[in-house]
Design a binder for this molecule. Structure first.
Ligand SMILES: C[S@@+](CC[C@H](N)C(=O)[O-])C[C@H]1O[C@@H](n2cnc3c(N)ncnc32)[C@H](O)[C@@H]1O
Length: 227
């Protein structure tokens, strides 16, 4: 059987070209999520900060970040070479951007004011999260921040079923039944979301303070903390 990250890599290599066209139909309130991530960075607008965008995909988060921080140095990392190629094209002409095709679990981080990530961490096994959040903590400068947008499970079965129903209502507005079926199959095969409460605890165990939930829409949350 194929290892789950090989399946994830193949998925994003295959679908990179249609990612931007599709993603706002698949991920509810994607624009608001990006806005929440970028707004959470506590540094004055325009400051030259160093940022890592984990699982940068086609570069949507970095593109939004550069509007607030045009002088930022951004390290964009993604497992998929196709996603990185599209990110390079989208961010062409932007200075101080590094691109890496790499698995985050093995990537040697630099030193950052902020680490941001959108809809990536749910690929990680729950048991690997604490060590990975500690790795993020260690690469941050003092006062640095980690903010993560992700799928997060509810705290009980009733709420989880309701979250799924809300997501399905959203999907039905923009996707065909075949697309929804394919997406839910991918979700089951590739994703391992943790509950939001568990994520808060894992961040605390990794050393973060001022842990907070900045944005939430049922199954989707933006949260993080400060070093
Ligand atoms: C749903 S996309 C999100 C892309 C982007 N962050 C955004 O919000 O537009 C998830 C991305 O995470 C990347 N990814 C998943 N697991 C990864 C890993 N272990 N290391 C690096 N990238 C990973 C995938 O290749 C894919 O581009």
């Amino acid at each position: 059987m194929k290892n789950r990250f090989s399946v994830i890599k193949e998925h994003f290599e295959r679908e990179a070209a249609v990612f931007d066209k599709n993603f706002a139909r698949f991920a509810p309130r994607y624009a608001e999520v990006i806005e929440a991530l970028v707004s959470s960075l506590p540094f004055p607008k325009g400051r030259r900060i160093s940022v890592a965008d984990l699982g940068c995909g086609t570069g949507n988060i970095t593109k939004a970040l550069l509007k607030k921080y045009p002088r930022a140095h951004v390290t964009c990392i993604d497992l998929s070479g196709q996603m990185i190629s599209l990110a390079k094209a989208k961010l062409k002409g932007c200075k101080n951007i590094e691109f890496h095709v790499a698995d985050l679990r093995e990537f040697k981080f630099g030193r950052y004011d902020a680490v941001i990530s959108s809809l990536v961490m749910h690929h990680f096994e729950k048991g690997d999260k604490k060590a990975f959040y500690r790795k993020i903590y260690d690469c941050l400068k003092k006062g640095g921040v980690f903010y993560n947008a992700d799928i997060t499970l509810a705290s009980n079965r009733y709420l989880q079923l309701m979250y799924m129903e809300k997501w399905l209502e959203f999907l039905r507005k923009g996707c065909s039944p075949a697309e929804i079926k394919r997406m839910l199959n991918n979700h089951k095969r590739e994703d391992r979301p943790a509950s939001l409460m568990k994520e808060m605890q894992t961040l605390a165990k990794a050393g973060f303070k001022d842990i907070d939930v900045i944005y939430k829409w049922y199954y989707f949350s933006v949260y993080g903390g400060v070093k």
